[in-house]
Design a protein around this ligand. Structure first.
Ligand code: FAD
Ligand code: NAD
Length: 475
């Protein structure tokens, strides 16, 4: 096999593997090097997202929601079941099987697109060479016209809360618990804290979430965040805001922690403690001396808007570079770079990146929050539609939450769409497309939406912007 490639990608997560596939589609010779190893020591492509993030978390969110609905909601539908019991081993087996199928799928996609998948550690050397070290220590040097760095991210650890992987854990460990912890502590009420907190709460844990900030979900439109907070409280997630964890230690088979809030210091004992305080770019062992690739003060690989590093022919994408740490953002960057390398057009619209929090109800948004528009000084108008007025949501026993649109007063352009409610993550697709095409609310108003569907909430919210909603009272 030749060791010379048009493109070598380091990292096969959702940023790296699409870059490799698109390079193959563009008829470039391409290799993709990845070192991910699962807890059982086996290599797997797919990175954080497929092995320890997006996919396993969504598998457990789905299973745990079904479990809870079977217990609490089926009777409302007139479905009577006997004693509902949890088989966590079966639930975890399903989660692991989904991950295995998806990561195995990448090997098949690589083959179909002519990508040479290589398992081992990759390091960039000066002159666009990549040295790959295999598990047995053997080395191979690849020469590349272009190198795409897609090394991803890793959880941030707290010095005063020492990780042991058993009692004080990260999100990956928390996806693989083999028993439901009676008392679960989570540090950080961000996306991971809320999603994993929801999973274990639904399966029976008493969950306490400690969040350092006073504000709940500051990046989310605050009308939506307030609604979310109300639902999570009702579900029994004990979210303590303004709570700074001072220290934690494992004592016997439990974790003792001390946190401080405006009232003073408090002690808490939990059976497992998940640290979910954000992630940092992962670049350990990635760059040899003299490559010219630079990191910023926070450790992100420095790139321009087209993901070029300062070194000719070296690009970087995904969680390892600036911007939100989201799989779809990394994917679009990877595809853009592979197209640019092939001489095609490539662009990422960083203003239109959707976000989804897969709780129940789901939260999804794109564009600016009302608070951001207000702060920008631009005159704006707002329309909202409650799912309580949606026939489809009612039929689904999911008449909670709302869709909200913020639009410019002068030219009616949609500036932000925010949804909390059933399938919000699916509904946001329409919003993203609308904003990608710079839609006005009138464009959405004049677009026919099938009845009865959840998507009518977006239609009605657009109508409500101009006080023309049909199925709810205009305010
Ligand atoms: P990664 O997925 O981290 O992949 C990087 C890969 O590069 C890894 O396989 C790593 O082993 C490999 N690598 C690193 N250095 C080297 C090297 N030197 N040599 C060889 N290989 C190397 N995002 C969403 O959009 N939606 C979600 O629902 C979602 N859920 C999440 C849930 C959890 C619990 C977590 C932790 C994250 C979640 N994310 C989600 C975030 C998402 O996983 C990341 O944004 C995404 O994985 C980043 O992709 P990436 O390719 O940049 O990096
Ligand atoms: P996050 O940034 O979403 O949330 C971390 C939270 O921890 C913040 O609210 C922060 O204020 C708080 N925090 C930080 N230090 C603290 C401390 N010492 N004590 C208490 N609270 C503290 O990060 P995350 O939840 O760890 O997720 C990491 C990344 O993974 C995010 O960037 C996210 O985009 C991505 N992710 C995405 C999804 C999704 O798209 N559905 C799901 C999971 C993760």
């Amino acid at each position: 096999m030749s060791d010379s490639f048009d493109v070598v990608v380091i990292g096969a997560g959702p940023a790296g593997y699409p870059a490799a596939i698109r390079a193959g589609q563009n008829k470039l010779s391409v290799a993709c090097v990845d070192e991910w190893k699962n807890f059982d020591g086996t290599y797997a492509f797919g990175g954080t997202c497929l092995n320890a993030g997006c996919i396993p978390s969504k598998a457990l969110l789905e299973s745990s929601e079904l479990f809870q609905r079977a217990k609490d909601e089926f009777a409302v539908h007139g479905i009577k079941l006997g004693d509902i019991k949890l088989d966590l081993a079966a639930m975890q087996k399903r989660r692991a099987a989904i991950v295995k199928t998806m990561t195995g799928g990448i090997t098949a996609l690589f083959k179909a697109n002519g990508v040479v998948g290589i398992q081992g550690h990759g390091q960039l050397l000066p002159g666009n060479k990549v040295v790959v070290t295999a598990a047995d220590g053997s080395q191979r040097t690849l020469q590349a016209k272009n190198v795409i760095l897609a090394s991803g991210s890793t959880p941030i650890r707290l010095k005063t809360v020492p990780h042991d992987g058993k009692f004080i854990v990260d999100s990956w460990n928390a996806l693989e618990f083999d028993a439901v912890p009676a008392r679960l502590g989570v540090i950080g009420a961000g996306v991971i804290g809320l999603e994993l907190g929801s999973v274990w709460r639904r399966l029976g844990s008493e969950v306490t979430v400690l969040e350092a900030l006073e504000n709940f979900l500051p990046m989310v439109d605050q009308t939506i965040a307030k609604e979310a907070q109300r639902h999570f409280k009702k579900q029994g997630l004990d979210i303590k805001l303004g709570a700074k964890v001072l220290r934690a230690e494992v004592k016997g088979a439990a974790v003792d922690l001390v946190y401080a809030d405006a009232q003073g210091e408090h002690q808490l004992q939990v059976d497992k403690l998940v640290v979910a305080v954000g992630r940092r770019p992962f670049t350990e062992g990635l760059l040899a001396e003299g490559t010219g690739v630079e990191l910023d003060a926070r450790g992100f690989i420095q790139v321009d808007d087209h993901c070029r590093t300062g070194t000719t022919g070296v690009w970087a994408v995904g969680d390892a570079v600036r911007g939100p740490m989201l799989a779809h953002k990394g994917k679009e960057e990877g595809v853009m770079v592979a197209d640019l390398i092939a001489g095609h057009f490539g662009e990422v619209n960083y203003k239109v990146i959707p976000s989804v929090i897969y709780t129940a109800p789901e939260i999804a948004w794109v564009g600016q929050t009302e608070e951001q528009v207000k702060a920008s000084g631009r005159a704006y108008k707002v329309g909202a539609f409650p799912f309580a007025a949606s026939g489809r949501a009612r039929a689904m026993e999911a008449g909670q939450g709302m869709a909200k649109i913020v639009a410019a007063k002068d030219d009616d352009e949609v500036l932000g769409i925010h949804v909390i409610g059933p399938m919000a993550g699916e509904l946001i697709g329409e919003a993203v497309l609308a904003m990608e095409y710079s839609a006005s609310t009138e464009d959405i108003q004049r677009t026919m939406h099938a009845h009865p569907t959840l998507s009518e909430a977006i239609h009605e919210a657009a109508l409500a912007v101009d006080k023309k909603a049909i199925d709810s009272i205009n305010r």
